[in-house]
Design a protein around this ligand. Structure first.
Ligand code: FMN
Length: 130
């Protein structure tokens, strides 16, 4: 069964290099495990969408939850999916524009088309917070 998780977490003092390191680890591990998704970091909080076989994603969620680089992992959504929404992304870094006014447009462009409209809304709402 393919499944998808959406979570947020907190990392108020995490240096940008650590975000790069997380993305490098994801690029190395995720293809082997059939995991795809996207990661946003707004300087304080992460939001990550993960998808893959339920067993693989659940195991990764456990590792991520106990990762000391962030805390307060809170799952916003967990559902079975018929198809991946980001099949080509081992872990896409979704950048958040500096200007709040530009964020919605940028995300509308960057977020995958097959994304459930409710999840899309949650991600955009997260990205415009500050
Ligand atoms: C916000 C966040 C997102 C992460 N996403 C992934 C991921 O998609 N894939 C992954 O393998 N590790 C991810 N990690 C890192 C894992 O917690 C863990 O450090 C890593 O899987 C260990 O891999 P290694 O044994 O190859 O070093 C993430 C960590 C954080 C803090």
């Amino acid at each position: 069964m393919l499944s998808q998780y959406l979570y947020i977490s907190t990392a108020p003092t995490l240096p940008r290099e650590e975000v790069d390191a997380i993305l490098a680890t994801s690029a190395r591990n995720n293809p082997v495990r059939g995991i795809t998704g996207l990661l946003l970091f707004n300087g304080r909080n992460f939001l990550q969408l993960l998808e893959g076989e339920e067993g693989e994603v659940a195991a990764l969620m456990e590792r991520i939850t106990s990762d000391p680089r962030h805390s307060g992992v809170s799952v916003l959504d967990h559902r079975a999916i018929a198809a991946r929404t980001c099949p080509d992304w081992a872990m896409k870094r979704v950048m958040i524009a500096e200007s709040i006014a530009n964020r919605r447009d940028m995300l509308e462009r960057d977020l995958p088309e097959g994304l459930d409209p409710g999840l899309r809304k949650m991600i955009v709402n997260f990205a415009v917070l500050n």
